[in-house]
Design a protein around this ligand. Structure first.
Ligand code: NAD
Length: 425
């Protein structure tokens, strides 16, 4: 049960933080969220959501309960639990950028008081909580485990996945001490249906990165094999469907135009970086990363080949990219292969345009800004090739294939269609 001092502060009100805030308020906790982005805080104060799969009604609903937002850490003083949910991207050279986490914890320590609990939810490299975060707290004169409780508890949500709600995804907790883990469990067991304990913050950090590295490497495998299958005239999608009928020992992964978003392409590089710091190599992770990154070029090579079937060179051909987000029905172009594909098509002097119901304009580094086209019969019929990159549910692929002279489908979105204009990855 909630005790009177169980007030919660959420640091970073993005996809992860906002969702956690809602779950806590719904479990009758008093929650204050802080974000350095004034616009986001203003939007939340006005009852508006900026996260696609969190409706504004959810924000209005929790405003009616014990929820407030601020840009000032000072307003978090009364909290006893602090969950850090700030971004952890890559630096330009591919190293982990955990400066946001460090900055958040540095802002936090002046307002901590003995007895408080700090939970790191942002994905960090194995060892970061112990080696980097704990010393910031200790430098303020606190002892971890007696004054301040510290834990790492990775967020495992999958945006737009309606099958698993936040509560249904088991919550992994690794405490700096067993008592730290117990403190976190006391609150999280009210929100999450299952709690999974590991022995340390480092084990919890590694758990999160293992999950996403597993996914990255397996996607690389099918991305490699789809090229082999194409060469052998094998429909690889049918092969995957057949293989997944095996009741054990096989899990389906699907090829595609490349990885995107802020987790699957990023997290394995946190691990390979950590390995390098310790004098170890991770050739499998490095090769998987390379294989997945090269898919956007492969998509362009295949587009070229299919255009050649119609006697049309890619140079000068009009190509319409359908969907530039990294996954369907999510308005997120971070690390999206759609952006890379536009870039590579431009490098081949194609006449490139795009349509995406979620993204009005997109910046393609080195090429400039593009505006989403209107998707109608006119543009489809005058386009030499339509390349399906994000298979948004709003798309009527049967109609698209009936209007366009050539469709290159990188997502198997047209699996049920028989149309001579379709080529599949
Ligand atoms: N989004 C996901 O699906 C997902 C899933 C699992 C794990 N994660 C991990 O969770 C973490 C957060 O991801 P996200 O998608 O919510 O990020 P996000 O970019 O959507 O939101 C992060 C928020 O933190 C704010 N912020 C940055 N620095 C701050 C600071 N010093 N103080 C207060 N606020 C600050 C930003 O303004 C932003 O609003 C990342 O480590 C990510 O890898 C994300």
């Amino acid at each position: 049960m909630q005790t009177s001092d169980d007030t919660f502060a959420i640091i970073g009100l993005g996809e992860v933080g906002l969702r956690l805030a809602i779950a806590l308020v719904d479990s009758d906790y008093s929650v204050t969220g802080v974000d350095i982005d004034d616009t986001r805080v203003e939007e939340l104060r006005a009852g508006n959501s900026y996260i696609q799969d969190i409706p504004s009604e959810e924000i209005e609903r929790i405003h009616g309960r014990d929820f407030s937002v601020t840009t000032s850490y000072e307003d978090l003083r009364s909290a006893s639990y602090f969950a850090v949910c700030v971004p952890t991207p890559l630096q330009k050279a591919g190293q982990p950028d955990i400066s946001y986490v460090v900055a958040a914890v540095e802002s936090l320590v002046p307002i901590l008081t003995s007895g408080d609990t700090v939970i790191i939810e942002s994905t960090v490299y194995p060892g970061a909580t112990e080696d980097l975060i704990a010393p910031i707290i200790e430098d303020e004169g606190f002892e971890i485990g007696s004054d301040i409780h510290l834990a790492f508890s990775p967020e495992r949500i999958d945006p737009n996945n309606e099958e698993y709600t936040l509560a249904e995804i088991p919550k992994v907790i690794g405490g700096a001490t067993p008592e730290c883990a117990t403190r976190v469990e006391a609150v999280y067991s009210e929100i999450f249906e299952d709690i999974v304990h590991v022995n340390s913050t480092t084990e919890a950090e590694m758990t999160k990165i293992l999950e996403n590295t597993f996914r990255n490497v397996n996607i690389a495998l099918v991305n490699e094999l789809v090229k082999v299958a194409d060469n052998l005239n094998i429909d690889f999608w049918t092969v995957i469907e057949a293989a997944k009928t095996k009741p054990y020992g096989f899990m389906p992964f699907y090829p595609g135009p490349g990885l995107g978003g802020h987790c699957i392409p990023v997290d394995p590089l946190y691990l390979s970086w950590t390995a390098r710091q310790n004098g170890l190599k991770t050739p499998l992770i490095d090769l998987a990363d390379k294989t997945n990154r090269e898919m956007s070029e492969y998509v362009v090579t295949r587009t070229m080949r299919h255009l050649n079937e119609f006697g049309t060179p890619l140079s000068g051909a009009s190509v319409l990219v359908l969907g530039v987000t990294y996954k369907p029905d999510v308005p997120d172009v971070r690390n999206s292969p759609g952006v890379d594909i536009i870039d590579h098509l431009e490098d081949h002097n194609a006449d490139v345009s795009y349509h995406d119901p979620y993204i009005k304009t997109v910046e393609v580094p080195g090429q400039g800004e593009y505006e989403s086209e209107t998707l109608d019969a006119e543009i489809l019929s005058r386009t030499d090739c339509v390349v399906i990159v994000a298979d948004h549910s709003a798309y009527d692929f049967e109609w698209i294939a009936s209007q366009a002279p050539l469709v290159f489908d990188t997502r198997n979105a047209t699996a049920q269609l028989e149309d001579n204009s379709i080529r599949r990855l």
